[in-house]
Design a protein around this ligand. Structure first.
Ligand code: RP5
Length: 160
C-alpha cells in the first residue's frame, strides 16, 4: 500500500500583497473619462485630452448623447468608478444635459464643459446654463464656454 503524500500547505497571502497586485493591474486603466454629446464636439473637447497627455494622466474619450443614447450614458456613468475612473469630464452644446445626467448616475466628480455649436444661442449661454444650473444634491463643476483645457486642469487638481 502506497503512502499518501500530503498536499503542501497553502502559502498565506497578506492583504498588502493583494493590494499590490491590484495596483499593478490598475496601472494602465484610464483615470479620467472624457465624454461628449456628439462627434461634432471633438475639435473642442480634444483640448482636454491634450492637457492630460502633457500631464501624463491616462484618459479615454467617448461620444455619447444624453438625449440620443440615454441608456449608453447611464451604463457608462454607473460603471465608471468600478472601471477605475476617478473624474469625468463631460462636454455638450445646446440643451447640454450630458454632464448632469452623468452626475445623476455616479458618485465621481463631474466637470462639465459648455460648448458652442452650429445652432447655439447667446454664444453658448444655452449650454452654460444647462450645465451650471443643476438642482441641489447633484452638482456639476462647470468651466467656461469651450474651456475643455480648463476642465482637464481641474480634473488634474482633483486627482492630486
Ligand atoms: C449636443 O448637440 C452636442 O453636444 C452638440 O454640441 C450639439 C449638436 O450635435 P450634432 O447635431 O452636431 O450631432 O447634444
Amino acid at each position: 500500500m502506497s503512502e499518501e503524500i500530503p498536499a503542501p500547505a497553502p502559502v498565506p497571502v497578506t492583504e498588502t500583497e493583494v493590494e499590490a497586485e491590484f495596483a499593478g493591474l490598475d496601472v494602465d486603466a484610464p483615470r479620467v473619462g472624457i465624454v461628449m454629446g456628439s462627434k461634432s464636439d471633438l475639435p473642442l473637447m480634444e483640448k482636454a485630452g491634450a492637457e492630460l497627455d502633457e500631464r501624463g494622466i491616462s484618459y479615454e474619450i467617448r461620444v455619447m448623447s444624453a438625449h440620443r443614447e440615454p441608456d449608453t450614458v447611464a451604463d457608462y456613468a454607473r460603471n465608471a468608478q468600478m472601471r477605475g475612473l476617478r473624474v469625468i469630464i463631460a462636454g455638450a452644446g445646446l440643451a447640454a444635459a450630458l454632464p448632469g445626467v452623468v452626475a445623476a448616475h455616479t458618485e465621481l466628480p463631474v466637470v462639465g464643459v459648455p460648448l458652442t455649436s452650429k445652432t447655439s444661442v447667446g454664444g453658448g449661454l444655452d449650454a452654460l446654463l444647462a450645465i451650471a444650473q443643476m438642482p441641489p444634491g447633484v452638482p456639476v463643476a462647470c468651466v467656461g464656454v469651450d474651456s475643455a483645457r480648463n476642465a482637464a486642469v481641474l480634473a488634474a487638481k482633483i486627482l492630486a
